[in-house]
Design a protein around this ligand. Sequence first.
Ligand SMILES: Nc1ncnc2c1ncn2[C@@H]1O[C@H](COP(=O)(O)OP(=O)(O)OP(=O)(O)O)[C@@H](O)[C@H]1O
Ligand SMILES: N[C@@H](CCO)C(=O)O
Length: 347
Amino acid sequence: MKFATDVVKVSVPATSANLGSGFDTAGLALDVRDELRFELLPSSDVEIEIHGEGETTLPRDERHLVIRSLRRALDEFGLPQAGVKLTAFNRIPQERGMGSSAEAIVAGVSAAAAFAGLGDEARDFIFDLSAHIEGHPDNVAPAVYGGMTVSWDFEPNREVPVSDAPTSKASGVLSPKGDEASFPGSPKPFKGGYHTVNYPVGERINAWVFVPDFKLSTEEARHALPTDVPRTDAIFNVSRVALLPAALGASHGRDVNAMLFSATADTLHQRYRSSLMPQSWELMTFLRANGYASAISGAGPCVLVLHDGDDSAALQNLLFEHWLSEGHWRMLHPAIDRQGVTYTAAE
Ligand SMILES: Nc1ncnc2c1ncn2[C@@H]1O[C@H](COP(=O)(O)OP(=O)(O)OP(=O)(O)O)[C@@H](O)[C@H]1O
Ligand SMILES: N[C@@H](CCO)C(=O)O
């Protein structure tokens, strides 16, 4: 395959994963965008220019996550590897729980799609490859599609308890191999791998992200999680995550803020990570004690608030004295992004 163009532009939104109860599953796109320009070079060099977030910390060579993801996707699209100049204008805070790594991966993969001359028809492929590179789909899905997403990893061998399933030819059960072809007849379940569903977000839903002046890598935060969780905690989160689409969709005339409050509650991950970010835990619990639907954003340490209506002034007043005035926290009030990644050929 040949390059369809020499220059492409990509814009990717920030994302907040988990939304409290939906660990590794729920995500929301926020209108804080990184803008990237990719230009093919006649040589095999990589040139990287970074403005904004990461300009003093990110590598400027083949180790850069955007470049690594671009390289992987060029192979997948059957395009040759080439020299490239990347110019990045980064606004998404990094290692804070706003989906910066998913952004970088989606940017590189989407750039390859645009170099291949592909448009919207490549979106599902971008999601699939990006989620495989990231290793979990909850940030990648809203970064690709916008809005609120619920994602899952369809693992055929876990969908049917294979060892217990009847083996008569009439029952049409999954083979231990567990691939797509082993579901005979109809209906057909999904193919193995990552999937996502986009849910509408009500026009009145507002999001705030409180960004601290310290970082926490997702890798470190994932190491803090236990292998097993109590059954009562699992039941608690199942009941709350099921509320999330209804609460964010907000078209049912019920008390949306009360539903958001329950929907963002969690017992599966946040408490286990609290010692890695005590300030975030303190802020999140203070907000909840004051009735706000609040959660750790992604793996932290940012804190997310969701609310029906614009409560900026009240939040500012509530948090000014102990948090915002000391300069350790910034308050962002991004719009909900409903577009997802954009990728186009450019001049
Ligand atoms: N714009 C970017 N360009 C290149 N690499 C990036 C960019 N943003 C993030 N990265 C890479 O991703 C790492 C941060 O990933 P990490 O998963 O720890 O945080 P996050 O994605 O911001 O948080 P979360 O996954 O909880 O939302 C950075 O250390 C860097 O290696
Ligand atoms: N679900 C992920 C989001 C961060 O990538 C976590 O909390 O570890």
